[in-house]
Design a protein around this ligand. Structure first.
Ligand code: KG4
Ligand code: ZN
Length: 328
């Protein structure tokens, strides 16, 4: 079963064809990073206009190796995300579904991130390698969710960030340190030549599976404004403070819930220090998609859509965007 996935929730216009929820046939991502970088962050109005310009060429490119007769269904992200951006993907997907007489399914972007672990090019995550129940840590620009997954489509949210998401904290810290946008890769790069020697706080929020990163950001602000610190040391210290909390709290929850595996996903899961610390400390196997499948893409949307179709979850032409959609 071949599914065309469409993703436009934020600043990446993406389309992909995936067979049986795991084999990537095509995977096209048109990033708007260069356009938004000059403003230091995503400008929603520019994002949606850019999606309008690129969505058709991106889908055409994803379809170069495949004929429309071979496509069995369309999966499209309908939330969470920027309303104007989501609208472009959802409406184009509905129009194609109508024109080509194909079934369509609306996919939750956060569920899609988790399904990146089913894609073949995820080294540890080939089809059949995921074991339920598993604990999913979804760490992106907008979310830091800890989710128990008992089976396909069965999600139970255990915790979330009370303020900034992990990716958002990286982005804000990078701006504070003058490292540019997007912040996660910039901090990771700067941290390579630094030592994590600066005293930064960790919000453990004991007794809960929630996270909090805004105090850490404020502490960094005070250090920067006091002056005399090295940017590389500040980046390394900030990165380690986030990694320590994500790793310790996720592993603690994994032990409590006796899950079989931990599944990482979302843009922050592309961070090497985060993945090294998980692999070194987890008592259960940790699955991590390769970096290009951690950040936004449409292959993960198609993989998730495959399991929707398997479960008979088909959307109507009244499918609408839900910008604040949650998980579980
Ligand atoms: O999943 P994603 O591509 O988009 C959203 O759904 O938000 O995540 C983007 C976030 C950004 O905040 C970015 O700074 C962060 O992921 N990110 C990273 C790294 N690569 C991307 N954070 C830390 N280390 C990285 N290598
Ligand atoms: Zn995302």
């Amino acid at each position: 079963m071949k599914i065309l996935g469409v993703e436009t929730s934020c600043d990446e216009t993406a389309a992909a064809v995936v067979e049986d929820g795991s084999r990537i046939i095509s995977d096209v991502v048109a990033s708007q990073i260069d356009i938004h970088a000059r403003y230091g962050g995503i400008v929603p109005e520019i994002a949606s206009r850019q999606h309008l310009l690129t969505i058709i060429p991106v889908i055409s490119q994803a379809m170069t190796e495949v004929s429309w007769q071979d496509i069995n269904g369309i999966a499209v992200t309908f939330g969470p995300g920027l309303a104007g951006s989501l609208l472009v993907g959802v409406n184009v997907a509905k129009a194609i579904a109508l024109a080509k007489k194909l079934p369509i399914t609306g996919v939750n972007h956060l569920e899609a991130h988790i399904y990146a672990n089913w894609l073949d090019s995820s080294p540890a995550g080939e089809k059949g390698r995921v074991k339920f129940p598993c604990l999913c840590l979804v760490v992106s620009g907008g979310h830091s969710d800890l989710v128990l997954m008992k089976g396909h489509g069965q999600f139970e949210k255990l915790g979330q960030t009370l303020d900034d998401a992990a990716g958002e904290a990286f982005d804000k810290a990078a701006r504070l340190l003058g490292l540019g946008y997007p912040g996660g890769p910039a901090i990771e790069q700067a941290a390579r030549s630094g030592i994590p020697c600066l005293p930064l706080p960790r919000a453990w929020l004991k007794e809960s599976h929630d996270f909090s990163f805004s105090g850490l950001k404020t502490a960094l602000w005070h250090l920067v404004h006091k002056g005399g610190i090295s940017v590389a040391d500040a980046a390394a210290s900030f990165q380690l403070a986030i990694v320590d909390v994500l790793v310790a709290k996720t592993i603690e929850a994994a032990k409590q819930l006796e899950v079989k595996q931990i599944l990482l996903s979302g843009g922050v899961a592309a961070n090497k220090i985060l993945t090294q610390h998980f692999l070194a400390n987890s008592p259960v196997p940790v699955l991590i998609p390769p970096p290009h499948l951690c950040t936004d893409n449409a292959a993960m949307v198609a993989a998730c859509g495959y399991y929707h179709f398997q479960a008979g979850k088909i959307s109507g032409y009244d499918l609408d965007v839900v910008p604040s959609l949650g998980l579980g």
